[in-house]
Structures are given as structure tokens and as C-alpha cells.
Design a binder for this molecule. Sequence first.
Ligand code: PEP
Ligand code: MN
Length: 337
Amino acid sequence: MLVVMQEGATEQQIDAVIELMVEMGFNVHRSTGVIHTVLGGVGGKDDFDLAVFEVMEGVKEAHRIISSYKLASRHFRPGGTVVKAGDVEIGGGRVVVMAGPSCVESFEQIERSAEVVARAGATVFRAGAVKPRNSPYSPQTPDEENLKLLRTVADRHGLALVSEVMDHTQVPLLERYADILQVSARNMQNFDLLRELGCSRKPVLLKRGVAATVEELLLSAEYILSGGNYDVILCERGIRTFETYTRNTLDISAIPVVHKLSHLPIVADPSHGTGRRDKVAPMARAAVAAGADGLLIEVHPDPDHALSDGAQSLRPEQFEELMQQLRMIAPAVGRSI
Ligand code: PEP
Ligand code: MN
């Protein structure tokens, strides 16, 4: 359930509502806005009388939420959430570009990548500390030496860092080096990992699974939010359809759908979303036009020789050109880059 307090409601009135919610078995999450305080109640009994809350002092309105995600719902924070990662704000007036190679190959490769993406205007550096694969015979643990390198290079170029955490035991390691912890598409329903990230104080970039609905994505986000970590950034990275010309089908419509249903920011990943370098820029432009809060783009200094995802990685000059185009598109939808 949700209780929206009136403008100027006193702390005493808020406490009284919280007390009653707790008495009814709800776990209460408070969101203090500039004008209104919103109280989200999770897990309480279903058959309570809403009117009991509606008539309490200082209450503006009370709602029973039918959808199974409550904290991720737009009702919880009608004004939207701005996630802060280092100096970068995701979900505000600026479209945030996160760019870099699929994974670390060498110091030179990440150094050159970071230089290229920073010069072109990206503010977050992306790279996996190990390439996650579906095969059980490939390495599955991020390499700490690689994480150290990523941190050094990101700092040198004034970039925040996003990197993937693959299971719950790796959270402390990634927290030490990255500003944003990425959950891959194949891990969207790894509930042990999501629960652990709920206890983290680092922002989480949660990728949509290849066969997940938007509702399932929001339910996965709810796992993290209900643990107390409200800094979740959603990522549309393409879903599996019957189309074979592209690696996945980037669901651009998920962007306005998420904005309507949820207060969480959503970024688009046209690299994994299409799998083809020549399709990345058009889909990146479309995502920004559709209102994406950011982009996740693979850029490699020499994509033809990349260890992974070379075909979908932009060459440095292609990335620079794309950034210039995005600078023209963003103002048309009330944003900047
Ligand atoms: C990635 O961003 O490097 C990645 C592994 O993506 P996804 O989880 O979307 O496949
Ligand atoms: Mn990749």
C-alpha cells in the first residue's frame, strides 16, 4: 500500500501513520520528497480498510497497490528517481553515456578506450573484469587485477566506473572498485544476487533478461529496493524474438513503458540490443529520442581484434560522431548530454 502525506504534514503525523502500518504488519519504506512524504507499505495484510488511513491527520491519499511491485512503482516516487554514482546523476536532465569495451584485454586497450570515450563526452566507463560466457568452462570470476586497472584508468580520465558482478559472493569485491554494479541479462532473476545488492549502498544497473517482460524486470528491481537500496538503474538491452537479422531485438517501447510504470531511470544498450556495429548509432539515437535516461555503448580501439563483442563495438571515430548527433537530438526531447 501507499500513503501520500499532505504538504506540510508534521513528523508526528507521519510517525502515527508509520506506527499503524507497522502494527498491520507492513514493512514501511519512507520517501521524503520536496513537497510530499510518501510511505510505501510492503507485505502487510490484504484486507485492511483504506479509509482508516485516509481519515488520519496529515494524510492526503492512500492507495492499495495491486501490482506486485510497490517500491519500484511510479506511485512511490511520482517525481522520479535520480541515481547518483560518483559525480554522475542518472535520471536527471542529462542523458548519461556509459561507454567502453566489452571486457578488459590489456592495459593499453582499456587506457585507449577510456581516453576515447572521455574525450567524446561520456561520463561513465564500462568494461567487464572478465567476459561472462554461457559455457561452464570459461572463467566466471572478475579478476581483481583487472578491476584495479579499470579503477585507475577511470580515475585518470575523470570517469565513473560500471562493471559486472556475477554472483552474490562477488559483491564486496565489485563494491571496492566500481561506482555502479552491473547485473547481466542472464542474472536478472538471480535472486540471491539481487537480495545481496539490496544491502549494498552502491547503485545497481539491472539488465532486462532476454525473455523477461517489463513487469518481471520491475519485480527483479523490487528485490533490490525492498532490501533498502533504492539506487537502481534499469537497462533495456534487447530481447529474444523470432528476428534473426539482429542479435536481439532492442525494445525501444520499454523506455516509455518503464517511465510510466516506474520512477526508476532506464538506459538503453544498443550494442547488445542489436549485435551489429552499423545498427548501434541509429538505435542509440532512437533511444534518446524515446526518452532514455542514458546509453550503454560498447566502444573498442580496435574492434576487429576484440576478444569479445567486436562486431557490436563502435570504432573511436564512430563513437565521436554518434556523440555529436546525440547532442543535437537530446535538446529536442528536453535533455542535454
Ligand atoms: C555486458 O554488458 O557486457 C553484458 C554481458 O551484457 P548482457 O548482460 O546484456 O548480455
Ligand atoms: Mn559485451
